[in-house]
Structures are given as structure tokens and as C-alpha cells.
Ligand binder design. Structure first.
Ligand code: PTT
Ligand code: SF4
Length: 610
């Protein structure tokens, strides 16, 4: 096999032992890599209804066939497991040197099983794997942990680690690298903590073998040059994803006060232009020439790397309008290893509950000191923080009354940063994303704004499916960054060429779309096998707030989502996907995607329509 290493590393922390395992070309050709491999392995290997924080869950780090080559933005990998937050399939995408080193050590993925008796970290040095005591690292933030592991083994290496949020199994703890890259929103850090695993470090030095190394090198050089020549390259380098703050405000989708509104009075003071004036450096992922991590000094003069989601969720969504304070919360979140999106939701939810006098805890919109204290309480599971650490779905159920109307999640995963009172396409995207409410699979919002906000047209359903194939499918399986394509218009037809030179496989965009559909259907089968009779189309609904509570401000004042029209869109989506009215894949759909065995397994839990 070329391009793919054809080998995974399996580390059993209970035994403890590690062994390399070959896989065949069929897996590579049918599931490609990254998310594709992750879904397939979790489907095949996890016991049904396994407790997500038990030793039986598996934590996967998986790269795609382009990862690590000198191709644009190719230093990423997928972290995946059954999610403790949602109970379904969970993953995230991290830009990290570990992706490059893992591939150069000869592995396309690492599968972590079992649970260590006491805290450990895994050190993979080429073909040799050691499981090392991490008693002295336990309790440290992710920043110090990474530095300490680097000091022990020497740079250059790749490190992924958890902070105290993962150790304390906060259900939306994530996994951090390079002091500002983080992935695994759906609680992958908690799964790592449940295994007593503090960090994974890899050093790999061998060449990744390509089918046509000269052609790959030529393509890589041309592609990097083409990115530099793109018309909006300079502006992107100045602001990265932070420009989206002003865009969201202009278009009334900036999440404000727990997604009550889409405009924020202080948007300008947390936006891309003010950030530019405060910027001290740029960071980024490996192999990227459009690095987008904008670093500013926070309110304690420490560096903090900002992205749109971090600032929207820890800024406008909690009513906080000072960028340095937002940056402080963001830096703490990275060090603690907790997802900024869910954290912003949890704090916003608590602020709203406090305003409604439903909590024995006072916290007002925009109160930085109390927000910081509450974030610490969540990470260390103190008082009300302990409830919020279980996620807003759980917290709203505990609070009772109508709290579930304004707990902003889908399937238990908190909403990422776009208000959807007047964005039915984006609401459908959140509703049907493979991991819960995330913009990862189909960021339709910018297209939707130009197409017509209030329309529920079939074209929106088609666009969601198209984007799910490209973003949630192709990019998550290749594990390269999607931002060159989205933000700079780097053409998609580069990717089949990269794949051909790397692997020797001549896959067309059509072939890649079929793989994307296979992966999405298998992820859906995973959810249904877990939820079984508890599964219904209601799982694909956005939160009631957007249907019931009109915006009170901005250009769309008075507007809400239309329930009947949303339901009709959802059914249209199901029909186009080959699913029945419950959102369950039909037997013929699974068979067409070469998932016959999946259909047979699913039949044990639910009835399948033909
Ligand atoms: C992603 C989600 C996002 S999406 C952001 S900002 W964004 C938040 N980042 C967090 C962070 O930072 N620290 C933290 N403690 N929690 C955070 N949670 C949030 O996580 C990220 C970039 C960005 S910045 C985006 S859109 C793109 N995402 C990609 C993706 O998903 N796939 C892909 N093939 N390419 C992508 N490119 C872009 O990568 P999750 P990163 Mg991320 C600090 O983790 O779980 O996937 O959720 O990985 O290396 O930080 O790059 O405005
Ligand atoms: Fe990483 Fe940003 Fe480059 Fe994508 S564009 S690879 S997120 S630095």
C-alpha cells in the first residue's frame, strides 16, 4: 500500500501492552481514513451501549492518507470515541505535529483500549512504544504537560494531552496540542481521562511512502504557491476566522445571551479589526502556509490564541464585550482542556437560569469574574459546576420546568456559534450533523444568507447534503484542513490529484462522495444502535427556543423558525438520504453503500424500511 501506511497501533492500557496491526486495502478504499476509519472501528469493535467512560470504550487518533505529506494544511487528525456527552458517535479534528509524527512512525492511527491502573502517558518512538508513569503530570494544565513531555523526550515530537477537565471527566473536555489547537468537543478529553491517560507523544522519522513522490512534491509546491496567490490571502492572514464576528453581527447570527438574539451591542469590541490591533503573533497547524491562530495578550498579559467560535461563545453568548477578558477565558479553556463552545453554552445557560431566578447561584450577563469562577467550578466539578460539567442537556433536565426549551444543544452536544432564528438551512445542518450540534459537517450559513434567509426551499436541503459530503465526509476522512477551500477558494479538484499521487488510487469526486455517504450512514447507524427504540426524528430537531421565542432586536426582530416548515425540510432531507420518516437508513440504502452487514446488525434493534 502507498500513501496509507497500512498499519494501526493498538495500545491496551489494562494489560498494559501495545501491538502494531496491519489492515487491508479494502478498508482504505472503502473508508479512506480519519473519520471513516474511526466510525468503522467503533462500529465493529464497541459493545452496544458500552458506558462511554468505562475501560471498554476506545479512544482513537486517526489520520488520513494525505496527512503528513508536504501538502497544504495536512497536519491534522481525527480524535474519536463513543461520546460521554451525547451517547452517540463523537469526534473532533486537531491540527497537531502528532499527526505528522504518527504517520512518520509508520502508523495511520492509534487505538487506545482499557484503562491504566494509575496515571500514565504513552511514548511512541518510531516502532517502540512505552507506557510511562504520569503521576507527576496529573493535575497539570495541558500547556505544562506538553512542555514537560517535550523536555523529557526532546523536540521535535508531537504531543496530545488533557488538562484537569479531562482528568475530572467533564463531559465536554477535549484534547489539546501546541497550546492552542484543541479537538474532540464531544468529550474525547473525558474519555482519555477515564483511561488515566494524561498524554500521548510520538516521534516519527521515516518517510511516508507515496505512489508517485515526484508528482506529489510538484503538486505540493504548486498548491502552496496557488494559496499564496489567492486574492483574499492577505486579509485571511490578518484576521483568520475572527473576521466572522463582524460578518455574524451584520447578518444577525452572532449568538448573544444564550442564543436569544443574533446581535450584540459590543460586537465591534470583540471583532476581527480590534483583534488585529492587539495581535502579537500567528500560530498554526503543521504544513500550513495560511496559519490562522491569532494570538493576543489576555487580561493577565498571557498569550491566548483566538478563533471565531471561541470568541463568539465566550464573548457575545455570555454578554462579555472585552476581548482581553474573552481571551483569558479562552486561554484557561485551552490549558484546562475544555471545549470553548460547550463552555460558552454552559455559562450562558447558567446566566439565563440565574436571571430567571431558577438557581441558587447569581451570575449576570457579562460578569467576567463570575464567569471565570464558574468555568473553574465546572472544570473542578464544584457546586453548580458539577451539574454543568454533565452538559446543558443534563443541567436542563435537572432544573426542570421549561429549561429544556433554552438549553441550546442537539442530541446533547451544545450549539456552535450561529443563531438560527432566521436560518432554517443552518438549523437543519445542526440537526443532522454526525456528532450533534456542530457547524463542522455543513456550514451553510454564508450561502444561506445570500440565497435568502427566510426560505425553506429544497435547494437548502441539497446544499446541506452537498456540504456534508465535502466537509464532514471528504475533509474529515482525508483529515486535511478544509479552510483553504472555504476561505480562499482553493479548488476541490486538487484533492483527487493529491490522492492519486499519494496512494495510486484514482478516485473521482463522485467516488469520494460515495465514501462520504457511507461514512455518514454508518455514523447514523451507530447512533441508532445506541439509542435503539429511543430514537426518533425528534433527535434531529434544533432547540425549541428558535421556534418559540422571537428575536427582540436587530433586522429580523419578531422572527422565529417555522416548526411545520422545518419538519417538512427534515423529511425532504431524509427522503434524499434514502432514510425513512424516523431518519433511519432504509435497508436498500445501506446495501447500496456496501453496508449490508450493518443493515443486518441494525435489524436486531429496530425495524428497517425496505
Ligand atoms: C472544533 C471547534 C472549533 S471550530 C473551535 S474554533 W473554529 C473551538 N476551538 C477550541 C479551542 O481553540 N480551544 C478549546 N479549548 N476548545 C475549542 N473548541 C472549539 O472546537 C481549528 C480550526 C478551526 S477553528 C476550524 S473552524 C476548522 N475546523 C476543521 C475541522 O473540523 N475539520 C477539518 N478537516 N479542518 C478544520 N479546519 C479548521 O480548524 P473540534 P484546531 Mg478543532 C484552541 O476541534 O472538536 O473538531 O471542534 O482543531 O487544530 O484547533 O483547528 O472557528
Ligand atoms: Fe490550521 Fe488554520 Fe492552517 Fe487550517 S488554516 S491548517 S486551522 S492553521
Amino acid at each position: 500500500m502507498k500513501g496509507w501506511n497500512g498499519q494501526l497501533l493498538r495500545v491496551d492500557l489494562s494489560k498494559p501492552k501495545a501491538r502494531a496491526q496491519k489492515y487491508d486495502g479494502k478498508l482504505a478504499r472503502t473508508f479512506l481514513g480519519g473519520r471513516g476509519f474511526a466510525v468503522k472501528i467503533l462500529w465493529d469493535e464497541l459493545r452496544v451501549n458500552v458506558a462511554a467512560l468505562s475501560p471498554e470504550n476506545k479512544l482513537l487518533f486517526v489520520a488520513g492518507p494525505l496527512s503528513g505529506f508536504l501538502l497544504p494544511s495536512s497536519g491534522k487528525l481525527v480524535v474519536a470515541a463513543k461520546s460521554p456527552l451525547t451517547g452517540g458517535y463523537g469526534d473532533g479534528n486537531v491540527g497537531t505535529m502528532l499527526a505528522v509524527h504518527m504517520r512518520r512512525a509508520g502508523y495511520d492511527g492509534v487505538i487506545i483500549e482499557g484503562k491504566a491502573k494509575k496515571p500514565v502517558y504513552i511514548w511512541i518512538n518510531g516502532g517502540r512504544t512505552e507506557i510511562i508513569d504520569a503521576g507527576d503530570l496529573w493535575g497539570l494544565g495541558s500547556f505544562k504537560t506538553e512542555k514537560e513531555v517535550e523536555a523529557r523526550h526532546g523536540k521535535p515530537i508531537g504531543v496530545l494531552s488533557i488538562g484537569p477537565a479531562g482528568e475530572n471527566m467533564v463531559k465536554f473536555a477535549n484534547i489539546v496540542s501546541q497550546q492552542g489547537r484543541a479537538g474532540g468537543r464531544a468529550g474525547m478529553g473525558a474519555v482519555m481521562g477515564s483511561k488515566n491517560l494524561k498524554a500521548v507523544a510520538i516521534k516519527g522519522t521515516q518517510e511516508i511512502s507515496a505512489a508517485d513522490p515526484d508528482e506529489l512534491k510538484r503538486l505540493g509546491t504548486d498548491a502552496h504557491r496557488e494559496i499564496l496567490d489567492k486574492s483574499n490571502y492577505d486579509f485571511w492572514k490578518r484576521q483568520g476566522t475572527m473576521a466572522t464576528i463582524e460578518w455574524s453581527q451584520e447578518n444577525s447570527v452572532l449568538p448573544t445571551n444564550n442564543f436569544r438574539e443574533g446581535v450584540f451591542d459590543e460586537a465591534e469590541s470583540i471583532g476581527g479589526f480590534i483583534m488585529e490591533k492587539m495581535k502579537v503573533s500567528n500560530r498554526g497547524c503543521p504544513n500550513c502556509n495560511m496559519t490562522c491562530g491569532n494570538v493576543i495578550k489576555d487580561s493577565t498579559d498571557e498569550p491566548s490564541e483566538l478563533d471565531y467560535e471561541n470568541v463568539a461563545m465566550l464573548g457575545s453568548n455570555i454578554g462579555l464585550g472585552k476581548l482581553k477578558e474573552v481571551a483569558s477565558l479562552n486561554r484557561l479553556a485551552d490549558d484546562w482542556g475544555i471545549d470553548t463552545i460547550s463552555l460558552g453554552n454552559a455559562i450562558g445557560f447558567a446566566m439565563e437560569a440565574s436571571e430567571r431566578k431558577l438557581l441558587d447561584y447569581e451570575i449576570e450577563w457579562g460578569d467576567f469574574d463570575r464567569a471565570k469562577a464558574l468555568a473553574g467550578d465546572i472544570v473542578y466539578r464544584r457546586g453548580i459546576g458539577s451539574t454543568l460539567a454533565e452538559g446543558t442537556r443534563f443541567a436542563s433536565e435537572k432544573l426542570g420546568g421549561d429549561a429544556s426549551d433554552w438549553a441550546m444543544h442537539v442530541k446533547g452536544l451544545e450549539m456552535s456559534g450561529y443563531d438560527c432564528h432566521v436560518a432554517p438551512g443552518m438549523a437543519l445542518s445542526y440537526g443532522t450533523c454526525s456528532i450533534g450540534a456542530h457547524h463542522k459537517d455543513a456550514w451553510i450559513i454564508s450561502w444561506e444568507v445570500s440565497f435568502g434567509r427566510e426560505s425553506y426551499a429544497e435547494a437548502k436541503v441539497d446544499k446541506v447534503i452537498e456540504l456534508q459530503r465535502i466537509r464532514g465526509g471528504i475533509f474529515e476522512c482525508l483529515t486535511t484542513c478544509r479552510l483553504p477551500w472555504i476561505e480562499l477558494g482553493f479548488e476541490l479538484d486538487w484533492y483527487p490529484k493529491f490522492l492519486s499521487a499519494a496512494t495510486g488510487e484514482n478516485l473521482t469526486m463522485r467516488d469520494l462522495n460515495v465514501i462520504a455517504d457511507r461514512v455518514l450512514n454508518l455514523a447514523r447507524a451507530f447512533w441508532i444502535r445506541e439509542y435503539q427504540k429511543g430514537w426518533s426524528a425528534a433527535a434531529d430537531n434544533p432547540p425549541p427556543r428558535w421556534f418559540k421565542e422571537p428575536l427582540t432586536r436587530g433586522p429580523f426582530k419578531g422572527k422565529v423558525l417555522d416548526r411545520e416548515k422545518y419538519d417538512a425540510m427534515l423529511q425532504l432531507y431524509y427522503g434524499k438520504r434514502g432514510w425513512d420518516t424516523r431518519g433511519i437508513p432504509r435497508q436498500t440504502t445501506l446495501e447500496t453503500l456496501e453496508l449490508l452487514d450493518v443493515a443486518q446488525e441494525l435489524l436486531r434493534y429496530v425495524k428497517l424500511a425496505k
